[in-house]
Ligand binder design. Structure first.
Ligand code: ZN
Length: 373
């Protein structure tokens, strides 16, 4: 890795390095080592290009096409699952979109979020873009064929859109500034770009996700936006837990640069979190009769660092029930076998004790809970 993906400053040594396997955002494992670099100049955090990025998105990423219902659980509200696309649609609906707005979902995949928005705002004119042909059948029934594009943004789309959304896309791209520039070009003069990317300092597991080539900090986002001919209207970490949600408009040359002191603080915090992960993962021990709570990212991360696999994964996501993960069954908490003596909390370490603890009825008194700490 030669230079920062945002500010092009040459990079030196990685702040974190671990042997294969590496984690992906789909909670699968790939046979490459993990290296994470922190840019001292702009506070951007990044991972190397995947060895075969095309093969990854063609093969691995099709997983979410296997089922129309496959979707990540965002949270449970009053006992009911709220999926990521439900929550994203809610955020977009709150953007105060003008009547008959032209809205492009960039990196749309199945465009589930835009479809949910469109179901409530049928006046909108939907457009979709992705770097794959695989999703055409999901778009066909409700997006005009002329409003669909793949691989390259059409010239005819320059200056066109009132709103462009990109939900968890920019973290995957090799050249984020180039992509943001292209999106800026496609905005109408008053148009808004809304995008979300993981917040690796708020949810530090993201630092270890190999297909997230970019781990944006607030300062590196500001820098990337300023370099792309855009200006920030809003960045927050509250609309979507564990993520930055950004609204930007065309800057006409008046972008705002982040201040140096904040960049230096960000660099220290990034190095501290990477050091913490190195320490925690090297201290993980194997226990007999163990289960992992969480068949998502953190659960898989724990499994990847143990010598043996757990008896089962325990997870509340109804879409995972009855399935296997890493060749082990995924079960609901109430079905936890009585011989389980140890449960690893495969959850975001910041929230794990609230989600999994001994006060829950299904956790037996003799069971030990191991937190990432
Ligand atoms: Zn940089």
């Amino acid at each position: 890795m030669k230079q920062c993906r945002v500010c092009a400053t040459p990079l030196s040594q990685p702040s974190y390095a671990a042997p294969a396997p590496a984690m992906t955002s789909l909670s699968t494992l790939i046979d490459i080592p993990s290296d994470v670099f922190v840019c001292l100049q702009c506070g951007h955090i990044q991972s190397p290009n995947l060895p075969d990025v095309q093969a990854f998105y063609d093969n691995e990423y099709r997983i979410s096409l296997q089922s129309d219902e496959h979707d990540q659980l965002y949270e449970t509200r009053k006992g009911k699952p709220v999926f990521r696309t439900d929550h994203q649609a809610q955020i977009v609906l709150e953007l105060d979109l003008p009547q008959n707005a032209k809205i492009l979902d960039f990196g749309a995949a199945k465009a589930t979020t835009l479809k949910k928005v469109f179901d409530q705002r049928s006046d909108l004119i939907p457009y979709v873009f992705d770097v794959s042909e695989d999703y055409r059948s999901h778009w066909a029934s409700w997006v005009d064929e002329d409003n669909q594009a793949t691989y390259q943004l059409p010239h005819a789309w320059h200056g066109k859109f009132d709103v462009i959304t990109a939900h968890f896309v920019i973290e995957h791209v090799e050249e984020p500034v180039q992509i943001l520039k292209e999106l800026a070009q496609c905005l109408s003069p008053e148009g808004k770009l809304f995008f979300s990317v993981p917040d690796p300092l708020g949810n530090s597991g993201d630092l270890l996700v190999a297909d997230h080539l970019n781990h944006f900090t607030e300062v590196s986002l500001q820098k990337a936006i300023a370099l792309s001919g855009l200006k920030v209207e809003r960045i927050n970490q509250s609309d979507f837990r564990g993520a930055h949600c950004v609204i930007a408009t065309r800057s006409n040359g008046v972008g705002v640069e982040p201040d140096n002191l904040t960049i230096q603080k960000t660099v220290s915090e990034a190095n501290e979190k990477l050091g913490w992960w190195k320490n925690v993962l090297s201290n993980l021990k194997d226990y007999p009769n163990a289960a992992i709570y969480g068949a998502g990212f953190y659960g898989t991360l724990i499994a990847s660092r143990l010598s043996g696999l757990p008896i089962c994964f325990i997870d509340r996501n109804p879409h995972l029930q009855g399935k296997k993960h890493l060749n082990r069954p995924v079960i609901i908490p109430e079905d936890c076998p009585s011989n389980i003596e140890t449960i690893y909390a495969g959850l975001n370490p910041d929230h794990a004790p609230q989600i999994l603890n001994k006060e829950q009825e299904w956790v037996r008194p003799h069971t030990d809970i191991i937190y990432l700490t």
